[in-house]
Ligand binder design. Structure first.
Ligand SMILES: [Zn+2]
Length: 316
C-alpha cells in the first residue's frame, strides 16, 4: 500500500477492474512530492494514475488516486484558471451550453452551479432565465466578487465548498449545472444524489464532461489531454447514463457539445502538434465551433415528487 487512496469503482462499487491506460510515468509508482510539479503542469511529459475499466459496469477510473486531504492541498496551491483560449471563446462556448439547457426548459426556481468559475453561465441564466435565487459553489475566493456580479443583483449565495450542498433548500432548484466538474470528483455518485435532492420535480441537471469514447481519445491514445492527474474517472455516454440512473435521474440524453475556439488559436495548436513553433499567426481571431470530444448531458428529476433515489433508500 502507498500513501495514496486505493478504491473500488466509484460508480458501482465493484473491486474488479482491468488496466486500460498507463502513462510513461505512472503516478501510483511515484511519491506525492515527486508528483507536485506534474500537478502544476511544469513538465511536458505525461504523468497520471493508471486508468482501469470496471469489469461490472464499464466505468473508466483510477483505482489508485490522491486522498481527499492530498487533493485539497493540491487544489489550494493551483494557480487560477489561465484563459489560454481567450475570454471571448470561453464566453461563446458557455453561452452555447446555457442555450442547450434553456431549450430543455426549467428556467425558474433556483439556479445551482458547482464550479461556476467567474460565472459565464450564471450571467446568461440571470439575463435570460426566470431564476429567483443563485446557489454557487466555487472554491476560488479570488473570483467571488466577479461571480457575484454575474448574478446581476439577483439573490446569490456563494460558498467555497464543493462537496456539501446542505445550504441549498431541498426541492427548490430548477436548473443545476456542472461544467468540467464531475470528472474531478472522488465520489461523483454522492454529489449527484445531493443535487437530485435539491432539484424540484421536473428540474434539470446539465453536465459537461470529456468523452473517453471519442474519436479524439482514440487518435491521441495516452496523449489525450483529459488523461491527467486531475481526473480520477472519465465518462462516455453509456457510463454517464448508467451513473445518472443510479442516482435516480430520468430522461437522460447525452450529445456531443461544441467548443468555440478563435481560429488563430487553432492554427497555433495545429502547428504546435506538428512540431512547428509559430509565434504570431496572421489570421483574425474568428470564433470557430468544434465538437472536440466533449459531451453535454441533460437529466431530469421525475415530475412525481414521491419518486426517490434508489441509492438514498439503500443508505437509510
Ligand atoms: Zn463499476
Amino acid at each position: 500500500m502507498s500513501e495514496f487512496l486505493h478504491r473500488d469503482c466509484p460508480a458501482c462499487g465493484s473491486s474488479e477492474s482491468r488496466s486500460e491506460v498507463r502513462a510513461g510515468k505512472a503516478a501510483e509508482t511515484m511519491s506525492l512530492d515527486a508528483l507536485r510539479p506534474f500537478w502544476a503542469g511544469l513538465f511536458k511529459e505525461k504523468c497520471f494514475f493508471s486508468y482501469h475499466r470496471c469489469v461490472a459496469c464499464g466505468q473508466l477510473y483510477n483505482p489508485v488516486f490522491f486522498t481527499p486531504g492530498q487533493l485539497g492541498e493540491l487544489y489550494a496551491r493551483m494557480a487560477p484558471n489561465m484563459d489560454a483560449v481567450g475570454d471571448a471563446a470561453i464566453v461563446a462556448t458557455q453561452q452555447g451550453y446555457f442555450a442547450r439547457a434553456a431549450a430543455n426548459g426549467g428556467l425558474s426556481g433556483g439556479y445551482l452551479e458547482i464550479g461556476p468559475d467567474v460565472g459565464h453561465i450564471v450571467r446568461s441564466a440571470a439575463q435570460h432565465g426566470g431564476f429567483d435565487r443563485f446557489w454557487l459553489f466555487e472554491p476560488n475566493v479570488a473570483i467571488h466578487d466577479q461571480l457575484r456580479a454575474s448574478a446581476g443583483g439577483k439573490p446569490a449565495l456563494l460558498s467555497t465548498g464543493m462537496d456539501d450542498l446542505s445550504p441549498v433548500l431541498d426541492g427548490s432548484v430548477g436548473l443545476a449545472v456542472m461544467v468540467h466538474v464531475l470528472d474531478h470528483l472522488l465520489d461523483p455518485l454522492a454529489m449527484l444524489a445531493q443535487i437530485r435532492a435539491k432539484l424540484r420535480p421536473g428540474g434539470t441537471l446539465m453536465i459537461v464532461t470529456h468523452d473517453e469514447s471519442s474519436l479524439l481519445r482514440h487518435v491521441m491514445g495516452k496523449r489525450w489531454p483529459p488523461f491527467c492527474l486531475q481526473h480520477p474517472e472519465l465518462y462516455n455516454p453509456a457510463t454517464m447514463k448508467a451513473l445518472l440512473g443510479r442516482a435516480g435521474f430520468a430522461d437522460v440524453t447525452v450529445e456531443g457539445s461544441r467548443n468555440v475556439f478563435p481560429l488563430d488559436f487553432l492554427v497555433r495548436q495545429a502547428a504546435w502538434a506538428a512540431g512547428v513553433r509559430i509565434r504570431r499567426v496572421p489570421l483574425p481571431p474568428v470564433p470557430v465551433g468544434l465538437k472536440l470530444g466533449n459531451i453535454l448531458t441533460l437529466a431530469k428529476v421525475p415530475a412525481q415528487a414521491a419518486a426517490r433515489s434508489p441509492m438514498l433508500e439503500a443508505a437509510e
